[in-house]
Design a protein around this ligand. Structure first.
Ligand code: OGA
Ligand code: ZN
Length: 377
């Protein structure tokens, strides 16, 4: 990116200044936007905006303007007896005219079952992450872009994944406790705490904000069975968007009801959300899919058939061998993934044939993206 931006020409309009840059680009800077972003608007310590835009009228405009001898854009405002001095580089980097012209690039690398042949590409060594920012960045990049990573050679003591997770941030607490113990227990309050197979699912879809990431730390996996599966539900959504658009639209536009059914709880938690949500750029935001915890739906009778058929099709593709990968977790693996993008599952295991114990952790998505962004700068 070019660093030495300078302003060639400025023209005054009714509601904005039009700036022409030395590289020929043109930007519109609205007066209210400029006044609101005056560098003096923010407290130098808290960095919060102290200036209150509601104190000026919506007719505010630039009475005088010029590039001063320090190279700053200087504006004398039509009201409030205030002069603002803008750093030209800041204006260019924060220019909303040019930002809105840029083509959106998705951070997501969608994958299907062909990842199976390349599983090494999502593996990373525990100590490499623990001992270097480069390793930590690589892990975070896998999590953010691919949505999946398998950490190898972690210690296998109880809670021993925590020092690694804390290299990113704090974990997200839930009533399942941190970590949650994925073992076969009598009178299970969750189907994960059995030896049964788990269909591909996300965890906790009945929360308003389900955990963004999940980490399943394998302490021991000696029993017969208990093989893992994972599917990139963004890739499946993308397939539907391109090939079966009516189904895709139904999944985006119909809120489904999810409900926690945990008998140990003294709270009823439930939430409505569509199976697929999109971002402001039309990219994939999150997925809600769990056969186990989708509640009795109460959509309008005119659309129930359509909604169930879309759910049925989506669910079948989410279990299709064209899309999913399979692997068996080994002692010392930490299966790490975006819980609102990937679905995960396992085959049944025989609890009499050996031990199986995973410890699970959750983390909010903000922590992953925020930490990666900080480390990359
Ligand atoms: C879970 C889960 C998978 C496994 O605990 O949420 O899906 O392999 N576990 O036991
Ligand atoms: Zn799960």
């Amino acid at each position: 990116m070019q660093e030495n931006y300078s302003i060639k020409n400025i023209k005054k309009n009714t509601s904005y200044l039009e700036v022409e840059w030395n590289d020929g680009q043109k930007s519109k800077f609205n007066y209210l936007w400029l006044r609101d972003n005056c560098p003096t608007a923010h407290d130098k310590d808290s960095r919060h905006r102290m200036f209150n835009i509601l104190k000026v009228s919506t007719e505010i405009n630039a009475k005088k303007y010029n590039i001063n001898n320090q190279g700053k854009l200087e504006i004398e405002w039509s009201e409030g007896e205030h002069i603002s001095y803008y750093d030209v580089k800041w204006l260019r980097e924060n220019c909303y005219t040019l930002k809105n012209k840029k083509k959106y690039n998705s951070p997501y690398t969608l994958w299907d079952s062909s990842l199976q042949e390349n599983l090494d590409s999502i593996k990373i060594d525990h100590d490499e992450i623990l001992n270097s920012d480069r390793g930590l960045i690589k892990w975070l990049e896998l999590l953010h872009h691919q949505g999946i990573a398998i950490v190898k050679n972690a210690p296998t003591g109880e809670k021993s994944a925590l020092p690694l997770l804390n290299k990113i941030s704090h974990t997200r607490e839930t009533f399942f406790k941190t970590p949650f113990e994925v073992i076969n227990i009598p009178k299970p309050n969750n189907s994960a705490y059995t030896a049964h197979a788990l269909r591909n699912h996300m965890d906790l879809p009945w929360f308003e904000n389900p955990p963004g990431y999940q980490f399943l730390h394998c302490l021991i996996n000696d029993a017969e069975g208990g093989e893992s599966s994972a599917v990139d539900a963004f890739a499946v959504a993308d397939y539907l968007r391109k090939n079966e658009n009516e189904i895709f639209e139904t999944l985006v536009n119909t809120p489904l009801r999810f409900r926690d059914k945990d008998y140990t709880q003294v709270a009823h938690r439930s939430f409505y959300a569509p199976a697929i949500t999109l971002t402001k750029d039309g990219d994939y935001n999150d997925i809600r899919f769990s056969v186990a915890t989708m509640d009795a739906l109460d959509c309008h009778p005119d659309i129930m058939e359509k909604v169930y058929k879309a759910h049925h099709r989506f669910g079948n593709l989410l279990h299709d061998d064209k899309f999913q990968i399979k692997f068996k977790l080994e002692k010392g693996d930490i299966f790490s993934f975006n819980n609102r993008r990937l679905l995960h599952g396992r085959t049944a295991y025989n609890p009499n044939s050996g031990h199986r114990h995973l410890q699970g952790y959750y983390m909010d998505r903000d922590e992953i993206i925020g930490r990666l962004s900080f480390l990359k700068k």
